[in-house]
Ligand binder design. Structure first.
Ligand code: NAP
Ligand code: ZN
Length: 360
């Protein structure tokens, strides 16, 4: 008999999955592999809800492979470790992020850039190294090779710390790589959602001047008084946008939908850098004139390697940086996804997995 998700591995598992592009999630029985020599089995406590989860359950990018159990901002407790596992022991609090596999021998892997390995595998909607499908963190447990498991620093709370495992590293890595950490320089953060609000906090810890560029005028007070931004621009306000022309050294663009780059490029100084992190479902138009005339650049970045992810967690623990979260129960996920689609979240949903996920 052909193996089903429920029978392909020895250990029964339970989570919530989307079955088609309606994106609606519902209870799902599947299985997890036996804990191997290099593996850590994690009992999941909390899992953040990234916009990538929403893009994937809705098949925005055309490569969703159902059923999809999303979730790649996972904090939990190690309940089993393989005999070669040196980094963790049972009972440790650990994190799992966006990637759970890579070849471990290519140039990228050798440079701790597993995220750019050609054989990198994502935590969900991907095939793992054993040839079976990966299911993510909207579930009770996960089994992960120790290389892709993070030590979760003591000072970080499990719930509000969980979003750092994707949102945190996704904004931290380009800040480091593109040299966007010089105190006093001016950073624009476009899109104040999960990634954007963590970008504001990390940028302030680096000593940058931060301006949020948002479509939502109702986020201004929070952006400044709660998140610590220095100023706030509503992108639909032509007067304010004009006054800010040529004032920013860098911009981090976290917008999840198709949008115009032209107004953002105008905000940059000569030699300014626009780093795009959002993954809209269609390509963006690239205006060449402002790039050429101002020697500006546009770049991208994909999460971060495991070493840098650990560095980011330690940095956030040291600077008391966590996400602002709305804690939800597993069965509230569908309405949370609807709100996320409308940019109506302050600023990350996190699922209280351990206290709200139980098989029917
Ligand atoms: P999110 O919480 O939904 O935030 C996205 C923000 O974009 C919204 O809060 C909104 O901010 C703004 N926005 C949404 N629609 C817009 C539109 N039509 N025009 C202008 N602005 C709009 O999403 P997230 O979890 O931060 O993820 C953001 C994007 O990054 C997603 O596409 C996700 O897939 C991608 N991502 C990439 C990586 C990577 O490694 N590169 C990692 C994680 C996520 P305002 O209300 O302030 O306008
Ligand atoms: Zn994510």
């Amino acid at each position: 008999m052909a193996k089903t998700p429920e029978t392909e591995h020895p250990n029964k598992a339970f989570g919530w999955a989307a079955r088609d592009k309606s994106g609606v999630l519902s209870p799902f029985h599947f299985s997890r592999r036996e804990n191997g020599e290099n593996d850590v089995t994690v009992k999941i406590l909390y899992c953040g809800v990234c916009h990538t989860d929403l893009h994937t359950v809705k098949n925005d990018w055309g490569f969703s492979y159902y059923p999809v159990v999303p979730g790649h901002e996972i904090v939990g407790i190690a309940t089993k470790v393989g005999k070669n596992v040196t980094k963790f022991k049972e009972g440790d609090r650990v994190g799992v992020g966006v990637i759970t596999g890579s070849c471990q021998s290519c140039e990228s892997c050798d440079q701790d850039l597993e995220n750019y390995c050609p054989q990198m595998s994502f935590t969900y909607n991907a095939i793992g190294s054993d040839g079976t499908k990966n299911y993510g963190g909207y579930s009770e447990t996960i089994v992960v090779d120790q290389r892709f498991v993070l030590r979760f620093p003591e000072g970080l709370p499990s719930d509000a710390g969980a979003p750092l495992l994707c949102a945190g590293i996704t904004v931290y890595s380009p800040m480091k790589y593109y040299g966007m950490t010089e105190p006093g320089k001016h950073l624009g953060v476009a899109g104040l959602g999960g990634l954007g609000h963590v970008a504001v906090k990390i940028a302030k810890a680096f000593g940058l001047k931060v301006t949020v560029i948002s479509t939502s005028s109702n986020k201004e007070d929070e952006a400044i008084n709660r998140l610590g931004a220095d100023s706030f621009l509503v992108s639909s306000d032509p007067r304010k946008m004009k006054a800010a022309l040529g004032t920013m050294d860098y911009i981090i663009d976290t917008v999840s939908a198709v949008h115009a780059l032209y107004p953002l490029l105008g905000l940059l100084k000569v030699n300014g850098k626009l780093i795009t992190l959002g993954l809209p479902e269609k390509p963006l138009e690239l205006p060449i004139f402002p790039l050429v005339l101002g020697r500006k650049m546009v770049g991208g970045s994909d999460v971060g390697g495991m070493k840098e992810t650990q560095e980011m967690l330690d940095f956030c623990a040291k600077h008391n940086i966590t996400a602002d979260i709305e804690l939800i129960k597993m069965d509230e996920i569908n309405s949370a996804m609807e709100r996320l689609a409308k940019s109506d979240v302050r600023y990350r949903f996190v699922i209280d997995v351990a206290n709200s996920l139980s098989p029917p």
